[in-house]
Ligand binder design. Sequence first.
Ligand SMILES: Cc1cc2nc3c(=O)[nH]c(=O)nc-3n(C[C@H](O)[C@H](O)[C@H](O)COP(=O)(O)OP(=O)(O)OC[C@H]3O[C@@H](n4cnc5c(N)ncnc54)[C@H](O)[C@@H]3O)c2cc1C
Length: 472
Amino acid sequence: MNKSYNGRFTPRPDAVRAAYSAEQVLQAVDEAVRTGKRIAVRSGGHCYEDFVTASDVEIVLDVSQMNGVTFDPEHQAFAVEAGATLGQVYKSLYYGWGVTIPGGSCPSVGVGGHIAGGGYGALSRLHGMVVDHLYGVDLVVVDQHGRARRVVATRRPDDPNRDLWWAHTGGGGGNFGVVLRYLLRSPQAHGKDPSTLLPTPPATSPGVTLTWQWADVDERAFTTLVRNHGTWHERRPRTRLSSSLALSHQATGQFQLLVGVDGEQGDVGRLMDDYIKTVTAGVGAAPATTRSDQPWLTATLGAETYAGGTPFKSKAGFLRRRWTDRQIAVVHKYLTDGDQRWGASVYVSSFGGKINTVAPSATAFPHRDALFSVAYDVYWSDPADQDEINWIRRFYQEVYADTGGVPVPGDANSGCYVNYPDADLADPKWNTSGVPWHTLYYGDNYPRLRRIKARWDPGNVFHHSLSVRPQA
Ligand SMILES: Cc1cc2nc3c(=O)[nH]c(=O)nc-3n(C[C@H](O)[C@H](O)[C@H](O)COP(=O)(O)OP(=O)(O)OC[C@H]3O[C@@H](n4cnc5c(N)ncnc54)[C@H](O)[C@@H]3O)c2cc1C
C-alpha cells in the first residue's frame, strides 16, 4: 500500500494500519506508544519530503478511508474527515450546500496535510486561506502518561483548547496528533443555514491560457514578460484576477501564462483583456491564446489523470516583491540549459488579496505580506539519479544568492510555505543565511508553536525532520 505521490521515497514500514473510525485511530496510536514504535499518519500521501516515508517510520496510519463530508449541527460547521481529498471536498460541499473552501488546485491532495499547513488556491485572493475558515479540529493526541485521547479544539475565545486549534492554522501536519475531522465555518458567518456558512464559488470560471513557444522567445522577451507580470500584481494586490506563470523548461518546447477571474462580478472580459495587454506589452513574441468559460466545479476538478509515483524535488518561496532583473536572469539561465530537463519548471502564482488582510499572528500561517507564491520543481525518471536534485539546489541557491540561498523574510521575501517542505532549509550547506528553517516557515509564530507542542505532544510522538520541536 505505497500511496506516496513522490517516487523519490520508498517507504518500508513494519505495518500500515488503515483506520475507518476514531476508535481505530486511538488503537493504532495506542499500539505505537505502547510498543515504542515511530508512527506517522498519512491522508492524501502528497508530502514533498519523507515525513511519512522515512526509513525509521515503523507504523503508517492511513486515514484515507475516513473521508466523509457532513454538516455537524452541534458545532454549526462542516465536518470534513481528514482522509478526504480536495476533489471529494469540493464535490460534496458544492453538490450538498453550494459552498466551497479556497483550497488548492490538485484534486488528489488530502486535506489531512493540506489544511493543517494553511491551504491556498485560485479562490484565495477573494476568500483567503482555508485556515481562515477553520472553526475547529477534532483529533487524537497523546498525553504525558502516553495515553491516546480524543479532543476537540475550536477558535472560540473561551475554549480552553484554543491553542491547539491555532496550531492547526498553519503549523503543518504530523506535529501535534492525528486529525480526525476539520470543522469549517467562515469567521463572519452567522445563522443556521449551512449554505451561508462558507464561501459561495462563482457559477463559472472564465480563463485564458497564453502559450509561448520557447523557440520564439529570447532572453529580452522572457525578461519583459516576467517583469510585466510581477509589476502588474505589485500595482494591483487586491484584484479578483489571479494568474500563474507556468515556466516550463525549454526542453518541453513551451511555457504558459494562466489567467483566471471570478466570473460573477463586473466586466470580466475587459479586466482580462486589459491584463493581457499590459503583461504582454513589449514582449514581441506572439503567444497562442485559448479562452474557456467552464462551470466552476468542472474547471476546479480539471482533468487530472496523473496519479503520482515519479520522483520529484520541490523548493519554494513567498515573494513580497517581484523577482529582481538579476533573479529573472538566473531563472532564464536555468530554464534554458540544454534540452534534456523535461520535468523542470517554475510556477509563479499570484498571492495577496484577502490573504493579506489577516494579521501574521492571527493564524500560525505567518506569510500575510506575500504577493507571489513561487514553486521550483523538477521531476525525473530514475529514483537513484541525484543530478536533478543538485541542479534544482544550485538553481534555488542562485535565485536567492543575496540572502544566503533562501528567501529570508524581509523587504523582498516572506519565507517558505510549510506545505511545500524542503529539508535543505535545515542544511547549512544550502541555507547559508544563518536564519533557521523554522523562521522561514513560521516567522515569529515558532515560539508559540513550541509551547503548544510541549503541552499537547509532550512525548514528541508525532515528529519528522522539520517538525516543531517541543519547548525544552
Ligand atoms: C501535485 C501537488 C499539488 C499541490 N497543490 C497545492 C496547492 O494548490 N495549494 C496548497 O496550499 N498546497 C498544495 N500542495 C501541497 C499540499 O498542500 C501538501 O503536500 C499537503 O501536506 C498534502 O497533504 P496530504 O494529506 O495529501 O499528504 P500526506 O503525505 O498524507 O501528509 C502530509 C503531512 O501531513 C501529515 N498528515 C496527514 N494527515 C494527517 C492527519 N490526519 N493528522 C495530522 N497530520 C496529518 C503527514 O503526517 C505529513 O506530515 C500540492 C502538493 C502536490 C504534490
